[in-house]
Every structure is written in C-alpha cells, then in structure tokens.
Write a protein that binds this ligand. Structure first.
Ligand code: HAM
Length: 423
C-alpha cells in the first residue's frame, strides 16, 4: 500500500463541511469589504520566493520544495501566498485603480518538522491590499480579519501587534541588536549566532529558553523608531481601539518572513498563530515594480478548524433534504427517480436508492446520512397518488399529493431550515 506523504492530510467527507463553512464565510466577509478573488499557480520560479521571503529565513533556507522542471528551470512549490500575488500584480498591471483588495484560498508547501498545527501542506485564507500608506489600511484589514474570525464563532483569539519600523529605523536597530548578540555570543544558541550575522531581528523569534530569557534585556525596537513610524503605529493602535479590537503589544513579534515594514501582527490560539500578517511597503519595488504600500494577512485553515473544534464551535453543516425511498418494483423505483428530479429542480437536495436496497435498509441509509425527510413510494402510494413525507427528527408525517409534491416538500424543508434545526 502507498501511504499519504508525512506532514499532509486528506480532507475526508466527514470533515469537509467544516472546510466548506470556513470558505463560505471567508468569501462572504471578503465580499462585504469589496475584496476580489485571485488565484495564482501552485508553483513559481524559485527566484520569486528567494527575492521576497528573504534568504536568511527558515522558509527559504530549509523548507522550500524545490525542483528542476523538464526545461531545466528552477521552480518551487509555493511556500506562502503573498509573493505570487505580488508577481501577478506587477505582471498584469493590476494597480491602475487603487486601492486594490484581493483574497485567495490556497494550498502551501513547507518542508517543516510535522507536529500539531504544522503540516508540509497547509491551506490559507489570505488577503492582500495594495495602495495606501495610511494607518486606515491596517485598520480595514484587521477589521476584516476580526469579522472573519468572529463569524466563525471565535471571541477569544488574542491579537498581538508590533512595529518593526521602516528600513531606516531597522538599520539602526539591527546594528544595536547585532552588537548585543556579539556581546552575549557565549550564551546564545548556534542558530542565533548565525542570525547575528545574517538577520539579527530573527533572533527575537528564537524558541530556545535561554535565548528567550536573555532577549528580555536586548535593545528594544521602540527606542529606534523614527517619528513617522512612531506616529503610524500610534494611529494603528488608536484605530483598533475605535473599532473595538482588543490587542496586546508584543515587542518580540517579528514574524518569519523578511518583507515586512512597520506593522506586524498575529491572532493567536495559545502559542500558535492562527492568522498572521503585516505591512510590506517595499516588496513591489524589490520584485521590479514601482513603490507600492501594501498590507496583508494569511490565516491557516487547519489551525483555524482545530481551534474551533477545541472550543466546541459548531460549523454550519448543511443536511441533505429529502430521501425518496421505494419498494423494489420497477414502477415504484421509476417514480422515486422522477420525484427526486422534480425536487432537485425545485431547489431541494434529494436522493433515491441506487443500490437495490430493501425499504428498511433505505430508511437506515437516509437516517445515517442525516436526511431531514423521507418519502416512501409503494404500490398503495402509486394508486392513491399521494405520499407520506416523514420528518426524521420526530417521526411526524404529512401526506402530500403527487401533483404538488415538489412545491409542498420544498415548503416543509424551508420551514424546517428556518426552525434553525438545520443549516
Ligand atoms: P505565515 O505566518 O507564514 O504568513 O503563515 C500564515 C498562517 O498560516 C500562520 O499564522 C498559520 O496559521 C498558518 N501556517 C503557516 N505555516 C503552517 C504550517 N506548516 N502548517 C499549518 N499552518 C501553517 C504568511 O504566509 C504570509 N504570506 C502572510 C501574509 C500575507 N503577510 C502579508 N500578507
């Protein structure tokens, strides 16, 4: 037997309704903010990611799925969504009317050590907004993230927020941090020694306890911010307060990708980030486009569903509506098929037996599948021209005539849906 690759997961039929509910809510909330959908390829030139995510990050250093295609080109499976969207933005000249707000729901590939909440294939609902330097841009994006999370049913995910300044303040801060790391070289882990050379900011994200303890006394970015970055950050925070979004300032939040400028944030479930993002004002120029201020987020759908499950948040589970059971005669089965097509045409989801099951076994199947109603077609029903429609939750039955079957069944189904018992 060939097994599924390590660190990947099938989406099985018993769980797929959760994914469908999340995607429906994502699309609905995006629609409320006039955010348009984009889809980019699952593989791109490896260079795109090297130039955007940064060559001192774990993603680029250790986690990319790289391959050479038959034409000898160096390609990569997309490890994150922002770079591909930016490539498309530049290539298709999408910035004629600004702001431009885009979203995507896509799979991503990182060769990570598999563990709870960390997969080699995961999925994100992501949003990327192009065009504005104003703090309103972050506020709009974070309101959309908040609305999405609260429509799913979350009330308690903590928003951690920080600013990592612009290129100028970060250059000064990096120099101070590098000096601090050199001073404490004997105490820090091997990775941080390397980070001190390549990208000191990364050290603040270190998970090793002794490094974490030491960095409490490291220089603080807040002391190196220019007036513009300070004012921008203060305006973002006051905008969040006006919108009723609670937040926690976290000076060690630096994120794992190098393209960010100024604001970075994460909505966390305990230690795991469910949704993360920030501002990235230089990426467009870095990839050959013009100056283009941007903000964006990515929300991990696997982590989101696990966090919802852990809290007992029930995601919408639409149930099939009417099963038309039939005794085993050819006329009865044919009539059942006809009724099913009429129901479907009337917008009612319906099914009849396809396996030659006994009437009893058909009822058992309908019950297991969660059908709201079951109608039975037997010889006497054919003769009388009316059918009993049994409500499965309490066994209550109504007789409806053949002539009005689809219309009456549809009304009963709608009443049941509005009763809030079924999605
Ligand atoms: P990221 O923080 O690398 O950011 O990923 C965003 C979210 O995807 C994480 O908060 C997490 O929920 C989920 N995630 C990441 N890696 C994994 C994994 N191995 N297994 C399961 N879930 C995972 C980005 O990808 C940026 N592109 C976000 C962004 C968009 N920034 C600006 N625009």
């Amino acid at each position: 037997m060939i097994n599924i690759p390590k660190g990947t997961k099938d989406m099985l039929p018993a769980e797929s309704y959760k994914w469908q509910a999340v995607e429906r809510i994502a699309e609905r909330v995006a629609g409320m903010y006039n955010v348009k959908k984009i889809r980019t390829p699952v593989f791109e030139s490896a260079d795109l990611y090297l130039r955007s995510i940064g060559d001192s990050t774990d993603i680029v250093n250790k986690e990319m799925y790289l391959f050479t295609d038959k034409g000898g080109r160096n390609m990569a499976l997309r490890p994150e969504g922002t770079a591909g969207v930016m490539r498309s933005f530049i290539e298709n000249n999408l910035g004629e009317t600004l702001p431009l707000k885009l979203f995507y729901i896509e799979s991503l590939y990182r060769y990570e050590q598999p563990q709870a909440g960390r997969y080699r294939e995961h999925h994100q609902f992501g949003a990327e907004f192009f065009g504005s330097e104003l703090p309103e841009f972050e506020i709009e994006l974070l309101c959309m993230a908040r609305d999405f999370l609260s429509e799913i049913g979350f009330r308690d995910l903590n928003l951690h927020i920080n600013t990592i300044g612009c290129a100028e303040c970060r250059a000064k801060y990096n120099a101070a941090l590098r000096a601090f790391l050199h001073e404490h070289e004997a105490e820090i882990c091997g990775d941080c020694k390397r980070r001190a050379q390549t990208n000191p900011l990364r050290a603040l994200d270190c998970k090793v306890d002794k490094c974490k303890a030491l960095y409490k006394s490291a220089p603080r970015i807040a002391d190196y911010l220019c007036d513009g970055c300070k004012a921008h950050h203060a305006a973002v925070l006051s905008g969040l307060e006006q919108c009723g979004i609670a937040y926690e300032c976290d000076e060690n939040l630096v994120r794992g990708l190098d393209y960010y400028t100024r604001t970075v944030f994460e909505f966390c479930d305990g230690k795991l980030a469910v949704l993360g993002g920030g501002r990235y004002d230089s990426l467009c120029e870095q990839l050959g486009g013009k100056h283009m201020p941007c903000v964006g987020f990515g929300c991990g759908i696997e982590r989101l569903i696990a966090a919802a499950d852990a809290r007992g948040i029930a995601l919408d589970k639409p149930l099939p509506n009417v099963f038309v059971a039939a005794t085993n005669g050819a006329r009865e089965r044919e009539e059942a098929r006809r009724l099913v097509f009429e129901l479907r045409r009337a917008g009612v989801s319906a099914e009849c037996d396809l396996m030659g099951k006994s009437l009893k076994a058909q009822f058992k199947y309908a019950d297991k599948q969660g059908f709201m109603f079951v109608a039975t077609v037997g010889e006497s029903e054919l003769d009388s021209g009316s059918y009993a429609l049994k409500r499965m939750r309490d066994g209550h039955a109504e007789t409806i005539s053949r002539d009005n079957f689809a219309k009456d069944a549809s009304e009963l189904v709608n009443a049941e849906r509005q009763g809030g018992r079924h999605a």
